[in-house]
Design a protein around this ligand. Structure first.
Ligand SMILES: Nc1ncnc2c1ncn2[C@@H]1O[C@H](COP(=O)(O)OP(=O)(O)OP(=O)(O)O)[C@@H](O)[C@H]1O
Ligand SMILES: [Mg+2]
Length: 196
C-alpha cells in the first residue's frame, strides 16, 4: 500500500492517540504517525534529520515515510514500557541502565545533544530488553554534547546514588574520551548492581 494511503488510514482508524506538547501521535498496527503542530516545521525537519541519520544505529524507531506537506513522520511503533514506568515498578536492571548510557555515549561521540536526558522518563522505551530513544525534535549538533552527563545526573537523583560518580562525571566532561567514559561506566555498573 502506498505510504500516503497508510498514513491516512492511521489518522482515521488509530487505536491510540497521544498528545505531546509539540505534536499528536497516532498509533495503529505497529506504526505511529507523529503530526507536528502547525508552525513547528523546524522541529519536524530536525526530527527527520536526526532520526534519518541514526537509522543504522538501531536504537531509534525505523522511519517508514515523511510527509513535509503535513509535517508528519510515519515510523515504527515501539511497543514497550518507558524507563520511567520501569524504574517506578522496580523493573529496571543495571544492565538496562548501562545500555542506555552507552547510547548516550554514542550520541556524545556523534556530537548530537538530544536535550532530554535529564528527564528521560518518556524518551526511552524498552522493547524485548532493548532501549529505543524517541523524540529528537529538540536535538542539536554541538562539539561537546551533555547526554552522558545529563543522564548521570538523572540517575544520581532518581536512585539517590553518589559514590565517586560526581567526580567521574566531571572528569568525563573535561576529557570527553573513551577512558574517562569507561571509568564512569564501570563505577555506575558497580553502584547500580547493588541498588537495582
Ligand atoms: N515511535 C514511537 N513508539 C512508541 N511510542 C511513541 C513513539 N513516538 C511517540 N510515542 C508516544 O507518544 C508520546 C509523544 O511523543 P513525542 O515525545 O515524540 O511527542 P512530542 O510532541 O515531541 O512530545 P513532548 O511534549 O515530549 O515534546 C511519547 O511519550 C510516546 O508515549
Ligand atoms: Mg518532543
Amino acid at each position: 500500500m502506498a505510504e500516503e494511503v497508510l498514513e491516512k488510514l492511521i489518522l482515521e482508524k488509530f487505536e491510540k492517540k497521544i498528545r505531546g506538547r509539540h505534536s499528536t501521535v497516532y498509533v495503529l498496527g505497529g506504526r505511529v504517525v507523529k503530526v507536528f503542530k502547525k508552525d513547528l516545521s523546524y522541529n519536524f525537519w530536525k526530527e527527520v534529520a536526526f532520526l534519518s541519520y541514526l537509522q543504522p544505529r538501531g536504537f531509534v524507531p525505523k522511519i517508514y515515510a515523511i510527509q513535509p506537506s503535513s509535517s508528519s513522520i510515519t515510523m515504527e511503533y515501539i511497543d514497550g514500557k518507558n524507563i520511567g514506568e520501569l524504574a517506578k515498578n522496580g523493573k529496571l536492571s543495571a544492565k538496562m541502565v548501562i545500555d542506555c548510557m552507552d547510547v548516550c555515549r554514542t550520541l556524545d561521540t556523534l556530537m548530537i545533544q538530544k536535550e532530554e536526558m535529564s528527564r528521560p522518563e518518556k524518551h526511552i522505551i524498552f522493547r524485548d530488553g532493548e532501549p529505543y530513544f524517541i523524540d529528537f525534535e529538540r536535538s542539536v549538533i554541538t562539539p561537546k554534547p551533555a547526554n552522558v552527563t545529563q543522564f548521570t545526573s538523572y540517575l544520581i537523583k532518581k536512585f539517590k546514588i553518589e559514590s565517586e560518580l560526581t567526580d567521574l562525571v566531571k572528569e568525563y566532561k573535561r576529557k570527553f574520551d573513551e577512558a574517562s567514559y569507561s571509568e564512569l561506566r564501570s563505577n555506575l555498573m558497580r553502584v547500580l548492581s547493588s541498588e537495582l
